[in-house]
Design a protein around this ligand. Sequence first.
Ligand code: NOJ
Length: 742
Amino acid sequence: MKKLTTFALLMVSFFAAAQQETIDQKVNALLKKMTIEEKIGQLNQYTGDNSATGPITINPNKQAEIKAGLIGSMLNVVGTKYTRQYQELAMQSRLKIPLLFGQDVIHGYKTTFPIPLAEAASWDLQAIELAARVAATEASASGIHWTFAPMVDIGRDPRWGRVMEGAGEDTYLGSKIAYARVKGFQGNKLGDLNSVMACVKHFAAYGAATGGRDYNSVDMSERMLFETYLPPFKAALDAGAATFMNSFNDINGIPATGNVHLQRDILKGKWNFQGFVVSDWGSIGEMVAHGYSKDLKAAALSAITAGSDMDMESNAYRYNLAELVKEGKVSIDLIDDAVKRILRKKYELGLFENPYKYSDDKRAEKALNNPENRKAALEVAEKSIVLLKNENQTLPLSKSLKTIAFIGPMVKEYKANMGFWSVELPDVDYDKWVVSQWDGLQNKVGKNTKLLYAKGCEVDGDNKDGFAEAVATAKQADVVILSIGERRDMSGEAKSRSDLHLPGVQEDLVKAIQATGKPVVVLVNAGRPLIFNWTADNIPAIVYTWWLGTEAGNAIANVLSGDYNPSGKLPMTFPREVGQVPIYYNHFSTGRPAPNENSTGYVSSYIDLKNSPKFPFGYGLSYTKFNYSDLKLSSAKIKSNETIKVSFQLSNVGKVAGEEVVQLYLQDKFGSVVRPVLELKDFQKVKLNAGESKTIEFTIDKEKLSLYNDKIEWVAEPGDFEVMIGASSADIKLKANFELVQ
Ligand code: NOJ
């Protein structure tokens, strides 16, 4: 049997190699027929007519250019009809090279899933992969070949609006999620009907923009780059990611788009990436504004030299590369390499066999209206919700409530629940497609419970005219649910905020409602960690809902009613005040650590604020309670070629079934470089029935003990380590020491 399996595997890899060979042969044969203009055309990407995701260049010749083979790819063309129309133009070109259609399918296509940061809060890799799988199934049926996702930038600064697109602040969690998302988008293999190419972005360190201001500069040590910011990219590559996107920022003075070190040395060199790199929107041209390139031609030279294969909307390659080749500044080999990388993907997708393969009306109709997709969106949305506070068992809501007041600017919103970076499809009425929070709760409560509504106020602005009605409504109810937060367009690209407090007069509304003496539950809708200290200190129950997508209303209703027991944990630290930002749990040990929360004096602390966050990384409550006990290590010493088994008992000591994300942290006590106070190195999401106990096991190996030393070598240094098992980064339940010996 074993022999047979080995033989089968050999045959599969033989055929895979043979197929790859034929693709390479086909690419080479086609390349020989191409003029220099046609080659450069393959490196050129234009936007279509669907909602723009950057500053548009008006080009009346687009259609003629496609027919002339001068465009290799388009973005923002959605739906079978439009992708087919554009592809028909490409099929009129001399060599009939099909167009690639790319799109920001970030958290769902028609069925919108929670924003990526919310999904990360699920810590559920299967759920995250499923969300990407469903998105790929819908997008690929609608003519899309390629999603500009996953975004794997580490986000340690909630002022940066794009933290909503990523997996949060942690490298380990972010790497696992990056891997899962790529697998989800690309499925079994490129070329399958329901797979889209992934595009890992933004390479690199875009999330470390100074001051949290989008597009701003990044200055970072090589060690920090390798240890904290690059691993999620590498994980995505290991998952087979077909493409990468570079980033807008400069890093240590060199724009990422023209950065040889990032793209040639690391990505295509050290990591041997065989796919292609697309620039970010206009980022080749922006090297002029950076003051790095004197004009568009110089920018084109830098970008192609550095390894940016495709030019998104800069028109830099289209108008300059041929001349640069003629002048001998760019070798034709460099162009050929970029073209080959792109053509290879077009072959792998099967576009040369059938350029309309993914634009199939019947398949689209079925995929976009598949009830299973909504079911998946509901499941993932439930898992993404984080219960931040629940005093006096305010939640779940009692089934015998007679009247509930549902108050706030989010209650009756539909589209808002989709968050930023949802795909706008022209023929979908999102007000009907999305379940509002009101509709969700209305469908949930029985006939004997009356739901009352008042808006109270807008998300922003200083108008309090609606307060009186809201207070009067609250007074008639047994319990009040207040749904507040950011507007959906307050996070996302170009949505940096210097103030992270709840916008407008919303916290005043919370105070006014609290003053009625009624039990209050606050739902916070947002694309980033917000600051709401008064609410956090005074309101008994707080649920962080982020933006949950198409099934938002049902997911929230299931949590409020207890039909789903919340299991999410924060993937980002929540600060007390903006002054603490950037704030993240795995900071270095300083030489003068503050002995306690309130220490001042000559220690590393603020004189006007605690060091600790309001809510720590990894934190989230459940309707049940978990007990951690009996930590055991298989050995107190480990050699670098050995492993240690860590085990403990997890018990559900509450009254209902629930899921707990158990987190394993390590601290390297001494290193040749300063180490973080603790680092997440593993986790499991465990489901236990009421009263059930389970032995949980983790394995520690050399990989988990390694660090980048000052020579940027990945090494495990002998010495003492502490292993910590926690319910969050700030709630360590069990710990023990061990030693790594030579
Ligand atoms: C700019 C964004 O930075 C990038 O993430 C996105 O994929 C492109 N625009 C295309 O919309």
